[in-house]
Design a protein around this ligand. Structure first.
Ligand SMILES: NC(=O)c1ccc[n+]([C@@H]2O[C@H](COP(=O)([O-])OP(=O)(O)OC[C@H]3O[C@@H](n4cnc5c(N)ncnc54)[C@H](O)[C@@H]3O)[C@@H](O)[C@H]2O)c1
Length: 542
């Protein structure tokens, strides 16, 4: 019921009606307002000394998951995973390397070539996915607590939106498992032509830290529904939750070797997976620079097909006829959600000159109300950034914004002296040529730019190497239609933002990647197409 209320709240924020269905905006937290005084509840912007809340969960799985068993790394090495609230140790985790990736690929290969998984009926596979979704629901709070501890995202966001969405995505792909089929196509001659859709084999999957379990679901769901086996490498910042849910997958009946999980670093474990000769397909989410590396590794090894979900610098365009209060709220959500660590964050807010000053004032007021604090505390909207590296990078971008002449409207500094908390920050008078308008900041920094007319803003919005997403706020249908076709982005949200759904494809134009995840499109990533041609003797018809 709570999740249902949340879904309604998210949908109403994003401009859609609260329909009596399971439809849900994936990337959302509850609508929470801070104190009217402008002082941040949880932390004050100045001091921020708050005793961290003890997470209500234990870390039980820190080893690699290979062939259905938790095992140490071949080298015996471990690495620390840290609490972003304090920078202190959560646990030591087995550090997978080339040899571990080899072991995992051997297990996945065997499970594909000899194991029961690809030979099961689609219905049998779907039953396991459904059982897994049920177990996710049963362990929702424990999984959410682990995700929050390792990542720093608000617990309410994890527990009420992300973990339920993991279950929803699994049920969506469970629904596909027994509906994947090929075609019989007509030929110009007496031949029986079948087009078979086969599983592709061993899938290598590399995921980032910003949505550890949603990225897990986007990749694992379609790959398993199609009958493939998997070696998945988690991000080194967030190794814990995938180990827990993968154990639940085995409890649901997943055969050994079908899903192998390697914790470890990119240049070692990740590169070994991308360049492995016995991996048949690679799916990657992360930065554009790393995307180029894995594409090259795949090409230099066995030319495995690669899907890439990379960075973005997504425009949100506010026309002068928009509902300004709604646009302010949604643009705020589009940027600050998940501590600003979203590949599709609305990170260039273009506002029409006639409503610009009003918008900037209201965006400032909303940022000041944002509740920053311990992500386990009820009502907190924003937790710490993921780690020291991202934290420093964001503060550098803020300095660069000030140095290049943008107006710092609010924020601009860290909060407290411990952990990786950053003030919700808003810049106005941002110009296209500034670094903060061109590069992905991946933090809680909103940049507001002014424009005069539709053609000008289309041209400016498209002047980027990225093309992941865009948002448009207008009440004029013709204007909306113009934008939706002109913007070069994989998703265009009209009068809403971050409305995700299992069935909606997601992916990028240009250097935001190639291929699509979620929806029916994702199945194509994990299927081979085989044409089988047989002569027909005396056919009754052709
Ligand atoms: N599109 C997204 O969803 C997304 C997610 C996270 C980060 N990012 C972007 O990436 C930037 C840096 O973040 P990051 O360091 O986590 O991203 P990253 O690209 O370095 O890491 C993503 C994944 O790739 C792996 N990886 C890193 N180097 C590799 C290599 N040489 N070979 C194979 N795998 C490798 C990592 O271990 C991780 O699992 C962020 O600031 C942001 O701009 C985008």
């Amino acid at each position: 019921m709570a999740a249902r209320r949340l879904a309604c709240s998210l949908l109403s924020r994003s401009g859609a009606a609260c329909a009596p269905s399971l439809s849900r905006s994936v990337f959302g937290g509850d609508r929470i307002h801070g104190s009217a005084s402008g002082v941040l509840r949880g932390f004050s912007t100045a001091t921020a000394i708050e005793e961290p809340i003890q997470p209500p969960v234990q870390v039980n799985h820190t080893q690699l998951l290979i062939n259905g068993q938790f095992v140490d790394s071949a080298s015996g090495r471990t690495f620390p995973t840290l609490d972003p609230r304090t920078g202190e140790l959560i646990a030591h985790v087995a550090e997978g390397d080339v040899e571990d990736v080899n072991r995992a690929v051997v297990a996945a290969r065997k499970a594909f070539d000899e194991g029961p998984w690809p030979k099961m009926t689609g219905y049998q596979r779907s039953c396991i996915l459904y059982r897994f979704a049920d177990l996710i629901e049963k362990h929702n709070d424990e999984i959410a607590a682990l995700e929050t501890w390792d990542n720093g995202k608000p617990y309410e966001q994890a527990a009420k939106a992300e973990i339920p969405t993991l279950a929803r995505l699994m049920r969506y792909y469970a629904g596909w498992a027994d509906k994947i089929h090929g075609l019989i196509v007509p030929a110009d001659s007496p031949h029986h032509v079948q087009v078979l859709h086969e599983p592709i084999g061993v899938a290598g999957q590399i995921i980032p830290w910003n949505f550890p379990l949603l990225m897990f679901a986007w990749k694992v769901g379609p790959a398993l529904a199609c009958g493939n086996t998997i070696v998945l490498k988690t991000a080194e910042q967030t190794p814990l939750s995938a180990l827990l849910v993968s154990k639940l997958f085995h409890e649901a009946g997943l055969p050994d070797g079908v899903l192998n999980v390697i914790s470890g670093f990119g240049p070692t474990a990740g590169a070994a997976l991308a360049s492995h000769m016995d991996v048949d397909k690679l799916a990657f989410t992360g930065s554009t620079d790393t995307g180029k590396i894995v594409l090259e590794l795949a090409a230099r090894s066995n030319l495995k097909p690669v899907t890439l979900e990379l960075g973005g610098k997504s425009p949100i365009i506010i026309m002068d006829d928009a509902d300004i209060d709604q646009a302010v709220e949604v643009a705020h959500f589009a940027l600050f959600f998940n501590q600003g660590q979203c590949c599709c964050a609305g990170s260039r807010t273009f506002v029409h000159e006639r409503v610009y000053d009003e918008f900037v004032e209201k965006a400032k007021a909303r940022a000041l109300k944002r509740v920053v604090g311990d992500p386990f505390r009820k009502g907190v909207e924003q937790g710490p950034q993921i780690d020291e590296e991202q934290f420093s990078k964001i503060l550098h971008y803020i300095k660069s914004g000030v140095d290049s002449g943008a107006t710092l409207v609010t924020g601009g500094d860290r909060i407290g002296s411990k952990g990786y908390y950053i003030q919700p920050t808003v810049f106005s008078d941002v110009e296209d040529k500034m670094k903060i308008a061109k590069e992905e900041i991946f933090g809680p920094v909103q940049t507001i730019l002014k424009f005069k007319d539709v053609n000008e803003v289309i041209q400016r919005a498209n002047t980027t190497r990225y093309g992941l997403a865009a948002g448009v706020f207008t009440h004029n249908l013709n204007t909306a239609n113009t934008f939706m076709r002109a913007l070069r982005a994989g998703t265009v949200w009209i009068n809403c933002y971050d409305v995700f759904d299992a069935a909606i494809p997601f992916g990028g134009y240009k250097m935001s990647g190639n291929g699509r995840e979620k929806g029916i499109d994702s199945l194509k990533n994990y299927l081979q197409v085989k044409a089988v041609v047989t002569p027909l003797k005396n056919p009754a018809w052709l």
